[in-house]
Design a protein around this ligand. Structure first.
Ligand SMILES: *Cc1c(COP(=O)(O)O)cnc(C)c1O
Ligand code: SF4
Length: 343
Protein backbone atom coordinates (compact mmCIF):
# COMPACT_ATOMS: atom_id res chain seq x y z
CA UNK A 1 0.00 0.00 0.00
CA UNK A 2 1.16 3.50 -0.81
CA UNK A 3 0.85 5.96 2.03
CA UNK A 4 -1.21 9.00 1.29
CA UNK A 5 0.39 12.17 2.52
CA UNK A 6 -2.53 14.33 3.54
CA UNK A 7 -2.59 18.09 2.78
CA UNK A 8 -0.25 20.17 4.93
CA UNK A 9 -1.11 21.84 8.20
CA UNK A 10 -2.85 24.77 6.51
CA UNK A 11 -5.09 22.12 5.05
CA UNK A 12 -4.17 23.20 1.54
CA UNK A 13 -2.39 21.27 -1.16
CA UNK A 14 1.23 22.22 -1.69
CA UNK A 15 2.49 24.03 -4.73
CA UNK A 16 -0.74 25.09 -6.40
CA UNK A 17 -0.94 28.76 -5.32
CA UNK A 18 -2.46 30.70 -2.44
CA UNK A 19 -5.98 30.17 -1.16
CA UNK A 20 -7.49 33.38 -2.48
CA UNK A 21 -6.26 32.76 -6.02
CA UNK A 22 -7.42 29.16 -5.85
CA UNK A 23 -10.90 30.41 -4.98
CA UNK A 24 -10.80 32.50 -8.15
CA UNK A 25 -9.91 29.38 -10.14
CA UNK A 26 -12.78 27.49 -8.54
CA UNK A 27 -15.17 30.35 -9.33
CA UNK A 28 -14.26 30.03 -13.01
CA UNK A 29 -13.89 26.27 -13.50
CA UNK A 30 -15.60 23.42 -11.70
CA UNK A 31 -13.53 21.57 -9.09
CA UNK A 32 -14.36 18.11 -7.76
CA UNK A 33 -12.42 15.09 -6.60
CA UNK A 34 -13.72 11.78 -5.29
CA UNK A 35 -12.43 9.70 -2.38
CA UNK A 36 -11.02 7.27 -4.99
CA UNK A 37 -8.99 9.99 -6.65
CA UNK A 38 -7.79 11.28 -3.30
CA UNK A 39 -6.64 7.77 -2.43
CA UNK A 40 -4.80 7.52 -5.73
CA UNK A 41 -2.75 10.62 -4.90
CA UNK A 42 0.49 9.78 -3.18
CA UNK A 43 0.72 13.41 -2.13
CA UNK A 44 -1.54 16.42 -2.53
CA UNK A 45 1.35 18.20 -4.21
CA UNK A 46 1.93 19.69 -7.64
CA UNK A 47 4.48 17.03 -8.58
CA UNK A 48 2.10 14.14 -7.95
CA UNK A 49 0.79 12.88 -11.30
CA UNK A 50 -2.73 12.33 -9.97
CA UNK A 51 -3.00 15.49 -7.85
CA UNK A 52 -1.82 17.57 -10.79
CA UNK A 53 -4.73 16.34 -12.91
CA UNK A 54 -7.40 17.38 -10.43
CA UNK A 55 -6.30 20.01 -7.93
CA UNK A 56 -6.82 23.60 -9.09
CA UNK A 57 -3.74 25.63 -9.94
CA UNK A 58 -3.51 29.42 -10.22
CA UNK A 59 -1.93 29.07 -13.65
CA UNK A 60 -5.42 28.22 -14.90
CA UNK A 61 -6.20 31.94 -14.68
CA UNK A 62 -3.58 32.71 -17.32
CA UNK A 63 -4.60 32.98 -20.95
CA UNK A 64 -2.13 31.15 -23.14
CA UNK A 65 -1.46 31.75 -26.83
CA UNK A 66 -4.01 30.21 -29.18
CA UNK A 67 -6.35 29.10 -26.39
CA UNK A 68 -10.09 29.24 -27.06
CA UNK A 69 -13.28 28.43 -25.16
CA UNK A 70 -14.14 25.75 -27.76
CA UNK A 71 -10.73 24.36 -28.78
CA UNK A 72 -12.01 21.50 -30.94
CA UNK A 73 -14.89 23.44 -32.53
CA UNK A 74 -17.78 21.39 -31.12
CA UNK A 75 -20.10 24.39 -31.51
CA UNK A 76 -19.89 24.44 -35.30
CA UNK A 77 -21.03 20.82 -35.52
CA UNK A 78 -23.91 20.82 -33.08
CA UNK A 79 -27.16 20.62 -35.07
CA UNK A 80 -29.28 20.15 -31.94
CA UNK A 81 -28.57 20.41 -28.23
CA UNK A 82 -26.69 17.40 -26.88
CA UNK A 83 -25.35 16.28 -30.29
CA UNK A 84 -21.99 16.90 -31.95
CA UNK A 85 -21.93 15.48 -35.47
CA UNK A 86 -18.60 15.94 -37.17
CA UNK A 87 -18.05 12.62 -38.94
CA UNK A 88 -20.86 11.19 -41.09
CA UNK A 89 -20.95 7.71 -39.53
CA UNK A 90 -20.88 8.64 -35.84
CA UNK A 91 -22.21 11.23 -33.41
CA UNK A 92 -21.50 12.31 -29.89
CA UNK A 93 -24.56 12.28 -27.68
CA UNK A 94 -24.08 14.24 -24.46
CA UNK A 95 -26.80 13.34 -22.00
CA UNK A 96 -24.93 14.87 -19.03
CA UNK A 97 -22.68 17.89 -18.75
CA UNK A 98 -21.32 17.15 -15.34
CA UNK A 99 -18.60 14.74 -14.25
CA UNK A 100 -17.60 12.71 -11.23
CA UNK A 101 -14.36 14.70 -11.13
CA UNK A 102 -13.11 17.75 -12.99
CA UNK A 103 -9.85 17.40 -14.88
CA UNK A 104 -7.87 20.63 -14.89
CA UNK A 105 -6.94 20.27 -18.58
CA UNK A 106 -10.48 19.45 -19.77
CA UNK A 107 -11.11 20.40 -23.40
CA UNK A 108 -14.78 21.12 -22.59
CA UNK A 109 -14.00 22.99 -19.37
CA UNK A 110 -16.05 26.03 -20.41
CA UNK A 111 -19.10 23.76 -20.62
CA UNK A 112 -18.89 20.98 -18.08
CA UNK A 113 -20.01 21.45 -14.52
CA UNK A 114 -21.76 24.74 -15.22
CA UNK A 115 -24.54 24.46 -17.85
CA UNK A 116 -27.69 22.48 -17.15
CA UNK A 117 -26.37 19.36 -15.49
CA UNK A 118 -28.44 16.78 -17.35
CA UNK A 119 -29.93 17.18 -20.82
CA UNK A 120 -33.65 17.77 -20.15
CA UNK A 121 -36.06 15.10 -21.42
CA UNK A 122 -37.42 17.12 -24.34
CA UNK A 123 -33.90 17.95 -25.57
CA UNK A 124 -32.83 14.31 -25.19
CA UNK A 125 -35.88 13.31 -27.24
CA UNK A 126 -34.91 15.83 -29.94
CA UNK A 127 -31.32 14.53 -29.94
CA UNK A 128 -32.59 10.96 -30.36
CA UNK A 129 -34.87 12.14 -33.18
CA UNK A 130 -31.83 13.61 -34.89
CA UNK A 131 -30.06 10.23 -34.70
CA UNK A 132 -33.21 8.45 -35.86
CA UNK A 133 -33.42 10.76 -38.87
CA UNK A 134 -29.93 10.14 -40.26
CA UNK A 135 -29.29 6.64 -41.54
CA UNK A 136 -25.60 7.34 -41.99
CA UNK A 137 -25.14 7.23 -38.22
CA UNK A 138 -23.80 3.78 -37.36
CA UNK A 139 -22.20 4.60 -34.02
CA UNK A 140 -23.47 6.68 -31.11
CA UNK A 141 -20.86 7.85 -28.63
CA UNK A 142 -22.17 8.78 -25.22
CA UNK A 143 -19.87 11.52 -24.03
CA UNK A 144 -20.24 14.68 -22.03
CA UNK A 145 -19.69 15.42 -19.24
CA UNK A 146 -19.61 11.85 -18.12
CA UNK A 147 -22.44 9.55 -19.21
CA UNK A 148 -21.74 7.05 -16.42
CA UNK A 149 -22.79 9.64 -13.87
CA UNK A 150 -26.39 9.09 -14.99
CA UNK A 151 -28.58 6.77 -12.98
CA UNK A 152 -28.80 3.23 -14.39
CA UNK A 153 -32.46 3.87 -15.07
CA UNK A 154 -31.77 6.97 -17.17
CA UNK A 155 -29.00 5.20 -19.03
CA UNK A 156 -31.32 2.24 -19.68
CA UNK A 157 -33.83 4.64 -21.25
CA UNK A 158 -31.17 5.90 -23.67
CA UNK A 159 -30.02 2.36 -24.49
CA UNK A 160 -33.59 1.26 -25.20
CA UNK A 161 -34.14 4.23 -27.52
CA UNK A 162 -30.88 3.52 -29.37
CA UNK A 163 -31.67 -0.17 -29.69
CA UNK A 164 -34.86 0.71 -31.49
CA UNK A 165 -32.99 2.69 -34.14
CA UNK A 166 -32.08 0.05 -36.71
CA UNK A 167 -29.17 1.91 -38.36
CA UNK A 168 -27.31 2.38 -35.07
CA UNK A 169 -24.94 -0.58 -34.85
CA UNK A 170 -22.60 0.34 -32.02
CA UNK A 171 -22.96 2.17 -28.71
CA UNK A 172 -19.78 3.68 -27.37
CA UNK A 173 -19.29 5.27 -23.95
CA UNK A 174 -16.50 7.69 -23.08
CA UNK A 175 -16.04 7.83 -19.31
CA UNK A 176 -13.69 8.74 -16.50
CA UNK A 177 -15.91 7.00 -13.92
CA UNK A 178 -14.31 3.51 -13.89
CA UNK A 179 -11.05 4.97 -12.55
CA UNK A 180 -12.19 8.21 -10.91
CA UNK A 181 -15.33 6.99 -9.16
CA UNK A 182 -15.34 3.19 -9.38
CA UNK A 183 -18.11 2.88 -6.76
CA UNK A 184 -20.54 4.02 -9.46
CA UNK A 185 -19.93 0.81 -11.43
CA UNK A 186 -22.73 -0.98 -9.66
CA UNK A 187 -24.57 -4.22 -10.39
CA UNK A 188 -27.53 -2.19 -11.68
CA UNK A 189 -25.33 -0.25 -14.07
CA UNK A 190 -23.61 -3.41 -15.30
CA UNK A 191 -27.02 -5.02 -15.86
CA UNK A 192 -27.93 -2.19 -18.25
CA UNK A 193 -24.68 -2.65 -20.18
CA UNK A 194 -24.98 -6.41 -20.22
CA UNK A 195 -28.57 -6.19 -21.41
CA UNK A 196 -27.67 -4.15 -24.46
CA UNK A 197 -28.66 -5.83 -27.72
CA UNK A 198 -25.96 -3.81 -29.50
CA UNK A 199 -22.23 -4.06 -28.84
CA UNK A 200 -21.02 -1.64 -26.19
CA UNK A 201 -17.51 -0.23 -26.50
CA UNK A 202 -16.34 1.59 -23.40
CA UNK A 203 -13.38 3.96 -23.64
CA UNK A 204 -12.05 4.71 -20.19
CA UNK A 205 -10.15 7.96 -19.69
CA UNK A 206 -6.96 7.30 -17.69
CA UNK A 207 -3.58 9.04 -17.83
CA UNK A 208 -1.28 7.39 -15.31
CA UNK A 209 -0.87 3.89 -13.86
CA UNK A 210 -1.18 5.38 -10.38
CA UNK A 211 -4.88 5.95 -11.14
CA UNK A 212 -5.40 2.20 -11.52
CA UNK A 213 -6.19 1.50 -7.88
CA UNK A 214 -7.57 -1.83 -6.67
CA UNK A 215 -11.11 -0.41 -6.88
CA UNK A 216 -10.52 0.89 -10.39
CA UNK A 217 -9.25 -2.55 -11.39
CA UNK A 218 -12.35 -4.17 -9.92
CA UNK A 219 -14.63 -1.81 -11.82
CA UNK A 220 -12.88 -2.62 -15.10
CA UNK A 221 -13.28 -6.33 -14.36
CA UNK A 222 -17.00 -5.86 -13.82
CA UNK A 223 -17.36 -3.90 -17.05
CA UNK A 224 -15.52 -6.58 -18.95
CA UNK A 225 -17.71 -9.24 -17.38
CA UNK A 226 -20.75 -7.19 -18.46
CA UNK A 227 -19.65 -7.69 -22.05
CA UNK A 228 -18.15 -4.28 -22.79
CA UNK A 229 -15.21 -4.07 -25.16
CA UNK A 230 -12.76 -1.97 -23.17
CA UNK A 231 -10.60 0.73 -24.73
CA UNK A 232 -8.63 3.55 -23.16
CA UNK A 233 -8.07 7.19 -23.97
CA UNK A 234 -5.25 9.18 -22.42
CA UNK A 235 -4.21 12.79 -22.74
CA UNK A 236 -0.52 13.53 -23.05
CA UNK A 237 0.09 15.97 -20.20
CA UNK A 238 3.23 17.77 -19.14
CA UNK A 239 4.29 16.73 -15.64
CA UNK A 240 1.82 13.82 -15.60
CA UNK A 241 2.77 11.33 -18.28
CA UNK A 242 5.04 13.08 -20.80
CA UNK A 243 7.74 10.43 -20.92
CA UNK A 244 7.98 7.03 -22.55
CA UNK A 245 8.56 5.08 -19.31
CA UNK A 246 5.42 6.43 -17.63
CA UNK A 247 3.27 5.71 -20.67
CA UNK A 248 4.78 2.26 -21.15
CA UNK A 249 3.85 1.40 -17.56
CA UNK A 250 0.32 2.72 -18.09
CA UNK A 251 -0.31 0.92 -21.38
CA UNK A 252 1.08 -2.39 -20.11
CA UNK A 253 -1.10 -2.13 -17.00
CA UNK A 254 -4.17 -1.44 -19.13
CA UNK A 255 -3.58 -4.40 -21.40
CA UNK A 256 -3.25 -6.66 -18.35
CA UNK A 257 -6.69 -5.38 -17.32
CA UNK A 258 -8.08 -6.28 -20.77
CA UNK A 259 -8.20 -2.67 -21.87
CA UNK A 260 -6.86 -1.89 -25.34
CA UNK A 261 -5.06 1.51 -25.41
CA UNK A 262 -6.98 3.34 -28.14
CA UNK A 263 -5.93 6.99 -28.36
CA UNK A 264 -3.22 9.15 -26.84
CA UNK A 265 -4.54 12.67 -27.31
CA UNK A 266 -2.31 15.62 -27.88
CA UNK A 267 -3.55 18.22 -25.36
CA UNK A 268 -6.13 20.67 -26.73
CA UNK A 269 -5.77 24.42 -26.41
CA UNK A 270 -8.36 24.84 -23.69
CA UNK A 271 -8.18 28.10 -21.74
CA UNK A 272 -5.73 28.16 -18.83
CA UNK A 273 -4.05 24.84 -19.66
CA UNK A 274 -0.70 26.02 -21.05
CA UNK A 275 1.16 24.45 -18.11
CA UNK A 276 -0.05 21.02 -19.30
CA UNK A 277 0.92 21.38 -22.90
CA UNK A 278 3.76 19.53 -24.60
CA UNK A 279 4.85 20.18 -28.17
CA UNK A 280 3.88 17.94 -31.04
CA UNK A 281 7.58 17.21 -31.57
CA UNK A 282 7.90 15.99 -27.96
CA UNK A 283 4.82 13.80 -28.33
CA UNK A 284 6.07 12.30 -31.56
CA UNK A 285 9.44 11.53 -30.02
CA UNK A 286 7.74 9.72 -27.13
CA UNK A 287 5.63 7.73 -29.61
CA UNK A 288 8.73 6.89 -31.63
CA UNK A 289 10.30 5.35 -28.53
CA UNK A 290 7.07 3.48 -27.71
CA UNK A 291 6.81 2.13 -31.25
CA UNK A 292 10.08 0.34 -30.71
CA UNK A 293 9.18 -0.99 -27.26
CA UNK A 294 5.52 -1.97 -27.29
CA UNK A 295 3.41 -4.48 -29.13
CA UNK A 296 0.56 -3.33 -31.31
CA UNK A 297 -2.04 -4.15 -28.69
CA UNK A 298 -0.21 -2.02 -26.08
CA UNK A 299 0.17 1.00 -28.33
CA UNK A 300 -2.46 3.68 -28.86
CA UNK A 301 -2.66 6.00 -31.84
CA UNK A 302 -1.38 9.51 -31.17
CA UNK A 303 -4.17 11.94 -32.12
CA UNK A 304 -4.46 15.66 -32.66
CA UNK A 305 -7.82 17.36 -32.77
CA UNK A 306 -7.05 20.09 -35.28
CA UNK A 307 -7.95 23.45 -33.69
CA UNK A 308 -10.93 25.08 -35.39
CA UNK A 309 -13.16 22.02 -35.63
CA UNK A 310 -11.41 20.21 -38.49
CA UNK A 311 -11.47 16.91 -36.65
CA UNK A 312 -9.05 14.36 -35.25
CA UNK A 313 -6.12 12.97 -37.18
CA UNK A 314 -3.31 10.58 -36.32
CA UNK A 315 0.01 12.37 -35.84
CA UNK A 316 2.23 9.39 -35.05
CA UNK A 317 5.83 9.73 -36.20
CA UNK A 318 6.13 8.91 -39.85
CA UNK A 319 8.78 6.39 -40.86
CA UNK A 320 8.06 6.62 -44.55
CA UNK A 321 9.89 9.17 -46.72
CA UNK A 322 9.40 9.59 -50.41
CA UNK A 323 12.37 8.58 -52.60
CA UNK A 324 10.90 9.35 -56.01
CA UNK A 325 7.95 7.89 -57.89
CA UNK A 326 6.54 4.83 -56.06
CA UNK A 327 9.71 4.57 -54.01
CA UNK A 328 10.33 5.17 -50.34
CA UNK A 329 12.94 5.20 -47.64
CA UNK A 330 11.48 3.43 -44.62
CA UNK A 331 12.99 3.67 -41.19
CA UNK A 332 12.88 0.58 -38.95
CA UNK A 333 12.58 0.66 -35.15
CA UNK A 334 16.37 0.74 -34.78
CA UNK A 335 16.63 3.88 -36.90
CA UNK A 336 18.07 2.09 -39.95
CA UNK A 337 16.70 3.11 -43.32
CA UNK A 338 15.57 0.68 -46.03
CA UNK A 339 14.60 1.26 -49.61
CA UNK A 340 11.16 0.09 -50.75
CA UNK A 341 10.01 0.40 -54.34
CA UNK A 342 6.72 -0.62 -55.87
CA UNK A 343 7.11 -3.30 -58.54
C1 LIG B 1 -13.53 12.30 -31.11
C2 LIG B 1 -14.83 12.41 -31.73
C3 LIG B 1 -15.49 11.29 -32.23
C4 LIG B 1 -14.89 9.89 -32.14
O1 LIG B 1 -13.86 9.75 -33.03
P1 LIG B 1 -13.13 8.33 -33.19
O2 LIG B 1 -11.96 8.65 -34.04
O3 LIG B 1 -14.11 7.42 -33.82
O4 LIG B 1 -12.77 7.87 -31.82
C5 LIG B 1 -16.71 11.44 -32.83
N1 LIG B 1 -17.28 12.66 -32.94
C6 LIG B 1 -16.68 13.76 -32.49
C7 LIG B 1 -17.36 15.06 -32.65
C8 LIG B 1 -15.44 13.69 -31.85
O5 LIG B 1 -14.85 14.78 -31.38
S1 SF4 C 1 -14.09 13.67 -17.17
FE1 SF4 C 1 -13.86 14.36 -19.33
S2 SF4 C 1 -15.46 15.92 -19.60
FE2 SF4 C 1 -15.21 15.61 -17.40
S3 SF4 C 1 -13.71 17.15 -16.70
FE3 SF4 C 1 -12.53 15.28 -17.20
S4 SF4 C 1 -11.92 15.54 -19.35
FE4 SF4 C 1 -13.61 17.00 -18.96
Amino acid sequence: MMTVRKPNKNNRPEGFGDAEDLNRVAARYAVRVTPAVYEAMQAAAADDPVARQYLPDTRELEDGAGETPDPIGDGAHSPVSGIVHRYPDRVLLMPALHCAVYCRYCFRREKVGRDEAVLPDEKLAAALDYIRGDENIKEVILSGGDPLILSPRRLAGIFTALEEIAHVEIIRIHSRVPVADPQRITKQLCAVLEGSAKPVYLAVHVNHAQELTRDAEKSLKKLHAAGCVLLSQSVLLKGVNDDADTLETLFRALVRLRVKPYYLHHPDRAAGTAHFRVTLAEGREIMRILQSRLSGICRPVYMLDIPGGYGKVAVDPCRLHSAGKNAYHIEDIHGNTHFYAQE
